[in-house]
Design a protein around this ligand. Structure first.
Ligand code: FMN
Length: 492
């Protein structure tokens, strides 16, 4: 595949050089390979087919719906353990009836089938640097990048569940910042495998000479580091993107620093654009310090939308959806996200005032960011009710005008490039967004009405090039056609 000019205007920012034209948004659908994602209990709602998540047709129907509506990506979350803190320890029971991210299938297997069933939609797949060797991860993603024509992206996470650590050979989780140090070296290993183990033109497929690939153009990487020793070579020949497009989601100081270095798109979660704005600023500043053009990192905010013809109808829809919620599942999710077991408290205790400082600070920090909630008691019912529709993230509820006004506020104040729309029901939530929200966004010039270039790789969709841009730290590992291999520090 020929490399595009890196000045190529990507779909996502099409027209942004025109001062009068508004920046076109990146819009992704946020899902998980489980009956329950961020709305525990909603799997039983009549507009929710998520109980069919084990059927390929469920996924191809969803992907085709999104592709037809010109969504950019299907973004798939993943976890490697159950939410077993609530009523625990080590009790996944409360998460089971509501299917609170349990059971959960591996997301990467979906990609080739969904790519074959769609034209343009790309696929962001979550995978953790904490529990899988980089050599193996590199092979899994290269395979899928080949089979999807380069339409995969990797959402790099370092994981947060104790249950994952326990099931994957550890007594407890590796310390938080250490996980990011491991992840940083992990990236060096995968860049060497993806970018530099095979020269661009190593594969010859020459029937006359009998040479599938030229052995002089395939080399070991000899990575020797603090956490990994990987001699290579990479098991896979170069795929359309080589390094899959890199998403990342992490909110801590170490998480932001990692994202500013490696990510090409960052997925953020906050209640309000005013709260996301400082984090966006820090990431863009750190990207600059790393020698990167900050606009080469796309910032995507997560949000749950409940929309109907009028504000009243949307509020009624919220109430109806809420009636399917499962409080135990919500508290199980809260336990996994925070490590706090709320079962030891009575129903009416306001957690902002309980004795245990760790509980108080987590609830206070989070609840103080929920708009208009200052005077509410943050007891178990309140927390569960809030989490049942979309988890801890932002929500926009109302008519198309109300919702799109709010999305515009996110773009203007938050300085973001697009959204991951969470689901309450599938396909219900996305059908509503397609029917009510996209036309209003398009009327305001905020969303594409057609795809500029069909069937391109994920990186071309977001950044206009199939391969890592010049300012990305992975690019220096690239072994380009006709060139000598780059020298790695571990070569010496
Ligand atoms: C919006 C958002 C989505 C995330 N999605 C996942 C996920 O699907 N799976 C996962 O293991 N971690 C997920 N995470 C967790 C982070 O990627 C990260 O590993 C964890 O938050 C610890 O890092 P932090 O303290 O920097 O946030 C997500 C985080 C955010 C902010």
């Amino acid at each position: 595949m020929a490399e595009n000019k890196e000045t190529h205007q990507s779909d996502a920012s099409e027209g942004s050089n025109h001062p009068k034209e508004k920046k076109k948004l990146i819009l992704n659908a946020f899902v998980i390979n489980s009956p329950g994602h961020l709305s525990p209990g909603l799997w039983k709602h009549p507009r929710n087919n998520s109980a069919e998540y084990t059927s390929l047709k469920y996924w191809t129907d969803l992907a085709q719906l999104l592709d037809k509506a010109n969504f950019h990506a299907l973004f798939v979350a993943d976890v490697l353990g159950g939410y077993d803190v609530y009523k625990g320890p080590e009790n996944v029971g409360p998460a089971v009836p509501s299917a609170a991210q349990f059971p959960i299938n591996d997301p990467l297997y979906l990609v080739p089938a969904l790519a074959a069933a769609t034209k343009n939609l790309v696929f962001g797949i979550t995978a953790s640097t904490t529990y899988e060797q980089p050599y193996q991860m590199a092979r899994r993603f290269s395979t899928v990048d080949h089979l999807s024509g380069g339409r995969v992206a990797w959402n790099i996470v370092t994981s947060y569940l104790e249950s994952a650590a326990r099931n994957l050979g550890l007594d407890t989780q590796v310390e938080h910042d250490e996980r990011y140090r491991i992840a940083d070296e992990y990236m060096d290993v995968v860049y060497k495998l993806w970018e530099g183990s095979w020269r661009d033109d190593a594969v010859k497929k020459n029937r006359e000479t009998g040479q599938y690939a030229d052995p002089d153009l395939v080399r070991q990487i000899h990575h020797k580091g603090k956490y990994f020793n990987v001699p290579g070579p990479h098991l896979c020949e170069p795929s359309p993107q080589r390094t899959p497009f890199l998403f990342q989601a992490g909110t801590s100081k170490a998480g932001k620093a990692f994202g500013a270095k490696h990510a090409e798109a960052i997925f953020m979660s906050a209640q309000l654009p005013e709260l996301v704005q400082p984090a966006v600023k820090i990431i863009r500043e750190q990207a600059k310090e790393n020698g990167r053009d900050p606009s080469n990192i796309k910032i995507i905010a997560g949000i749950t939308i409940i929309v109907a013809e009028t504000d009243e109808a949307a509020n009624a829809k919220r109430e109806e959806l809420l009636s399917y919620g499962d409080r135990e599942g919500a508290l199980a999710l809260f336990g996994g996200w925070t490590g706090i077991d709320l079962s030891t408290y009575t129903d009416d205790e306001d957690f902002r005032f309980v004795k245990d400082y760790s509980v108080r600070s987590v609830v206070d920090r989070w609840s103080s960011t929920v708009p208009g909630s200052d005077n509410l008691p943050w007891n178990k019912s309140r927390i569960a009710e809030y989490l049942i529709l979309g988890g801890t993230g932002a929500k926009a509820i109302g008519s198309p005008k109300t919702v799109v006004d709010e999305l515009e506020r996110w773009v203007e104040i938050g300085g973001i490039d697009g959204f991951n729309f969470a689901n309450v029901t599938i396909p219900g939530s996305f059908e509503d967004i397609i029917d009510f929200v996209l036309p209003e966004l398009q009327r305001r010039g905020l969303f594409r009405t057609e795809v500029e270039k069909e069937g391109v790789t994920t990186r071309e969709v977001f950044l206009g090039s199939p391969w890592l841009l010049e300012d990305h730290p992975g690019r220096k590992f690239r072994w380009a056609a006709g060139e000598e291999p780059p020298v790695y520090s571990s070569d010496s």
